[in-house]
Design a protein around this ligand. Structure first.
Ligand SMILES: *Cc1c(COP(=O)(O)O)cnc(C)c1O
Length: 423
């Protein structure tokens, strides 16, 4: 039932490094070959072998409405008919920027780009240009795209595939990246004291989603806010995952902490390649052409991608986030009970429509805790679910994504599969 996938993968290995166009799609860490997907709809993906899987990856986060949502699809088709790119402004760019501002009031102005990586790279350059400072503070196991400065102690594929250093990234670049453990305010304060006038920005995933899901402890985000204020660093929330997912008004709305800059991606593109960064007017106006910090993009604000994003946000705006969160909570509790009966220690972290099963007795609050998870059990889980028509991220350090399209039947089928799997 995976013959065509295996054949395509063998061929892909000849022409594409590692056979995949993004390392997280490699199933090497779970001792499998990737499934090649032929189509997707709602909560399900269908492989080239014609097998249907309940999907808890959702293209790694963009598809909170599920695959091929009819309103998003219609918006894309209508936009394509009007041309795929103009290289000149279009109305949809204004509409999307306004809608982002309405949802996230801290984003007074936004610049559209084509990926989350571009958003974080550009936000860092802007923070450095605006403050006249060089250093970046990020957290151990956090992932902010593959920009040079962020590839120190990175999460996501870097963690999954145990890639140690970062060949190709000059040491001089990494020298300006400071690392603190997630949820460790004292470590952040120490670095601030050590470099009181050098830190341009503190980048944080307000819920860390790339070392598996790790939630901020109550004092963490407010504490970062006050340290940034005290030391003149910009606080940047990387909401590429959490924006419009944790709540319509993002993690900043959910936790009530206001960053100086926000980076977005994934959901705001409705499944098309989109990213954005934005924040305070005085900072954003430092960007070319109104200011001196240069940033540009041939396909930025692409009319088709903007149409997809606008359509997705329009549906999400009236979607019942608390109801979805409640479903996920019950689902996670049921999973905990199953693992308890099997005598397998787990820590399931969850918020809104995201969760991670860590196979560890430790309460996971940072990357060191995440790394105590048993990756062999994760491999068994991944393979066991896949055999039973359920698609999880092929990694112990990723976040499972639930969509508004997931049904009670999807959850109960997944629970039944977990019961069956022999760990
Ligand atoms: C996915 C992700 C990125 C990178 O976005 P791409 O579109 O993959 O470049 C950046 N930050 C976070 C928190 C992400 O999860």
């Amino acid at each position: 039932m995976e013959k065509k996938s295996a054949a395509l993968f063998a061929e892909a290995l000849q022409y594409i490094p590692g056979g995949v166009n993004s390392p997280v799609r490699s199933c090497a860490s779970v001792d499998s070959v990737p499934l090649f997907i032929a189509s997707a709809r709602g909560s399900k993906i269908t492989s080239v072998d014609g097998v249907e899987y309940i999907d808890f990856v959702e293209s790694w986060g963009p598809l909170l409405l599920g695959h091929a949502h009819p309103e998003v699809t219609r918006a894309v088709l209508e936009a394509v008919e009007r041309g795929t790119s103009y290289g000149a402004p279009c109305e949809n760019e204004v509409i999307l920027a306004k809608e982002i501002h309405a949802a996230l009031p801290s984003v007074e102005m936004a610049r559209m780009v084509s990926s989350g990586t571009e958003a974080t790279m550009s936000a860092l350059r802007l923070a450095r240009g605006f403050t006249g400072r060089k250093k970046l503070l990020k957290f151990d196991g956090a992932y902010h795209g593959h920009g040079d400065a962020f590839l120190a102690s990175a999460g996501s594929g870097v963690a999954t595939l145990s890639i140690p250093g970062t060949p190709g990234v000059p040491e001089a670049v990494i020298m300006d990246t400071l690392i603190a453990p997630y949820n460790d305010l004292a470590a952040v304060e120490n670095l601030c004291r050590q470099y009181p006038e050098d830190i341009a920005a503190v980048f944080v995933e307000p819920c860390a989603g790339n070392m598996g899901l790790v939630l901020p402890e109550p004092e963490f985000l407010p504490g970062l806010r006050s340290l940034c204020d005290r030391y003149g660093a910009l606080l940047v929330f990387d909401e590429v995952i959490t924006g419009f997912r944790v709540a319509y008004n993002g993690a900043q709305g959910y936790f009530g902490v206001k960053p100086d800059l926000t980076t977005l991606g994934k959901i705001i593109g409705g499944g098309m390649p989109v990213g954005a960064f934005g924040g305070k007017r005085e900072i954003m106006e430092y960007l070319a052409p109104s200011g001196p910090v240069y940033q540009a993009g041939t396909l930025s604000g692409n009319p088709v991608a903007m149409a997809a994003g606008i359509a997705a946000l329009k549906v999400l705006k009236t979607s019942d986030y608390p109801a979805l969160e409640q479903k996920v909570e019950i689902f996670c509790r049921n999973m905990e009970e199953i693992f308890a009966r099997k005598n397998i220690p787990v820590c399931i972290n969850r918020i809104a429509s995201m969760f991670t099963i860590f196979f560890t007795p430790v309460k996971v609050r940072d990357f060191a805790g995440a790394k105590t998870a048993d990756t062999k059990l994760m491999t068994k889980l991944y393979k066991g679910l896949r055999q039973r028509g359920i698609n999880f991220a092929p990694s112990a350090f990723e976040t499972a994504m639930v969509s508004f399209a997931h049904s009670e039947e999807n959850f109960s089928k997944t629970l039944a599969a977990l019961e069956e799997i022999r760990f």
